[in-house]
Each structure stands twice: as C-alpha cells, then as structure tokens.
Ligand binder design. Structure first.
Ligand code: SF4
Ligand code: SF4
Length: 97
C-alpha cells in the first residue's frame, strides 16, 4: 500500500538550487515538495507557516473541494519542514532530492 507521500504525485515540485560559497565551491541541493490532494483540506496552515513564502494557494481543488497549496517559489525553500510539521493531515511532505 502506498503512503501519503507517494499518493501526492499530482502536485510535485522539484527545484534545483545552486549556491556559491566564498571558496567558489558549488553546493548542490534539491528539494521536492509534495502535496497529497486526497488528504489536503485547504486549511492553508502550511502556507502561513512557511518563513520563505515558498507556498501559495493554487487553482487546483483537492478531493474535499478546497483549493490546495502549491510551491510557487521552491528555490527559496530551506527544507525547514515547518509546513510538514504543522499540517494536521500529513498532506505535505518535503524531501531531499
Ligand atoms: S520546508 Fe520550510 S521553507 Fe520549505 S516550503 Fe516548507 S516551510 Fe517553507
Ligand atoms: S496544512 Fe496540510 S491540509 Fe492544510 S493546506 Fe497545507 S497541505 Fe493542505
């Protein structure tokens, strides 16, 4: 049986972030933010909890009929997981890679 994270493929955002430090070494980081539209009830707690304004309300409706969030600014994501922790329905997952 598939878990919540794997069910949310309908809204999967991948961002590639490149940062140059003072030694001119390249650091490579990738984040995947997945929202499970079956489980999301559109409460927007994840959106308001994000310190980097990564998430916003999309025009897509979830199973319950509410507009679900999307990652409109994924490059700003620090992978702090505030959104994941605050979601009462375990409907958003932030993953490395
Ligand atoms: S992990 Fe943190 S920075 Fe990234 S979308 Fe969630 S709350 Fe925002
Ligand atoms: S906190 Fe969870 S249920 Fe609420 S909008 Fe975000 S993903 Fe959906």
């Amino acid at each position: 049986m598939m878990g919540p994270a794997s069910q949310g493929s309908a809204l999967r955002t991948r961002s590639v972030i490149r940062i140059q430090d003072h030694d001119l070494r390249e650091v490579f980081a990738v984040v995947t933010i997945t929202v499970d539209k079956e489980m999301c009830k559109g409460c927007n707690l994840c959106i308001v909890s994000c310190p980097k304004a990564v998430l916003a309300v999309s025009q897509e409706r979830g199973k319950a009929g509410f507009l679900v969030p999307e990652a409109t600014n994924p490059k700003a994501c620090t992978k702090c997981k505030n959104c994941e922790v605050i979601c009462p329905d375990f409907a958003i997952v932030v993953e490395e890679g």
